[in-house]
Design a protein around this ligand. Structure first.
Ligand SMILES: Nc1nc2c(ncn2[C@@H]2O[C@H](COP(=O)(O)OP(=O)(O)OP(=O)(O)O)[C@@H](O)[C@H]2O)c(=O)[nH]1
Ligand SMILES: [Mg+2]
Length: 320
């Protein structure tokens, strides 16, 4: 499964601010024909850290470049740039690790979790849109965020707009009971994918973390193999803090994938590249705006090309 908007332009546009921190693009960061020296290495290191690529990540790559330069294997900045890009793109693992896992038969259940305001509900709308329109799936959403009064309404509006089923109770209801009903409805209505919205919470809120576990347990009893995915939504604008959130959530629930929301309009987009080295969780989707269409499956090569202004071959729109 791969879904991309037709050209790199949208992704490039979304990453504009991150790219600006890097001093526009790889051509000014690594100047062709100009020689590597210590000042260049230090300056580059600083710029990359400022774009939230992660200190450990950047230090490692710069050390690699410095070693090869000292050994006389490379001389020019564009050679350094190539090593840098290769390092960013490699080590992400098999692309299949980033695909959504579907149930062999019966409904696939996707639970969505994250801190307050991370972008969970919007990301659910995007996923529902993608699954329905690009992958021909019959989708249902479940309003298990019963905590905030407006949460059920927000999800209802998205479900109506996208044209997918919704199961909801009154706000204040038991989130696990809503999930129970949604599982039953998903089975009887022959739903392919059930996406469960949950209230925002912090990993330090024990009772709320237990509530998440309870939803998971209910779902796993009603539908075999469920939840097939537990997606953690992270807000890219929080930069390195997003990594901390992921580490903490992973201790409480078995997070199977990350949705990195709000990559548009942040200068901290480099955080995706830090995630690779700091978390053992695949980034499955990225959010690039506030409409249901503003979603892409995460592709490291495409991301690095967009971030560094390289002109890549147009990506295909593919479903299935
Ligand atoms: N620019 C931009 N805004 C986004 C994106 N995703 C979500 N938002 C906005 O972020 C705000 C919060 O999004 P929600 O989806 O309501 O976040 P949530 O995690 O469900 O919030 P709670 O349920 O209150 O915890 C909204 O204003 C969204 O429009 C994105 O990819 N880009
Ligand atoms: Mg929400």
């Amino acid at each position: 499964m791969a879904f991309f908007s037709k050209t790199l332009d949208k992704l490039k546009g979304a990453l504009r601010k991150t790219a600006a921190v890097l001093n526009t693009d790889v051509r000014t960061l690594f100047i062709p024909g100009r020689q590597i020296d210590d000042a260049f290495l230090n300056d580059t290191e600083e710029k990359l850290i400022r774009a939230d690529l992660g200190v450990a990540n950047v230090t490692r790559i710069i050390a690699e470049i410095r070693d090869r330069w000292r050994l006389g294997k490379i001389r020019n900045q564009d050679e350094a740039g190539q090593i840098f890009r290769d390092e960013l793109v490699s080590g992400w693992g098999d692309p299949s690790s980033r695909e959504l896992k579907f149930a062999a038969r019966g409904p696939t259940v996707v639970m969505v979790a994250g801190v307050n305001g991370a972008g969970k509900t919007t990301s659910i709308a995007k996923l529902a849109w993608l699954l329905k329109n690009q992958m021909n799936k019959k989708v249902m959403v479940c309003a298990s965020d019963t905590f905030r009064a407006a949460a059920v309404d927000q999800l209802t509006i998205w479900a109506d707009r996208i044209g997918v089923d919704i199961v909801k109770h009154k706000s204040g209801a038991d989130p696990a009971a809503v999930a129970y009903d949604a599982c039953e409805a998903a089975r009887t209505r022959g739903i392919d994918v059930l996406i469960v919205d949950t209230a925002g919470r912090l990993h330090t809120q024990d009772h709320l973390m237990r509530e998440l576990t309870k939803i998971r347990d209910v779902v796993s009893k009603r539908i075999e193999g469920a939840p097939h995915e537990v997606l953690l939504v992270l807000d890219a604008t929080t930069g390195q803090n997003a990594i901390l959130q992921a580490q903490n959530f992973s201790k409480a629930v078995n997070v199977t994938g990350i949705v990195l929301a709000k990559l548009d309009g942040t200068a901290k987009g480099g955080v995706v590249l830090a995630i690779k080295n700091q978390l053992n969780i695949p980034v499955k989707f990225i959010g690039l705006g506030e409409t249901p269409q503003d979603i892409e499956t995460f592709d490291p090569q495409r991301f690095v090309d967009a971030l560094f202004g390289e002109s890549a071959a147009p990506a295909e729109v593919k479903a299935g």
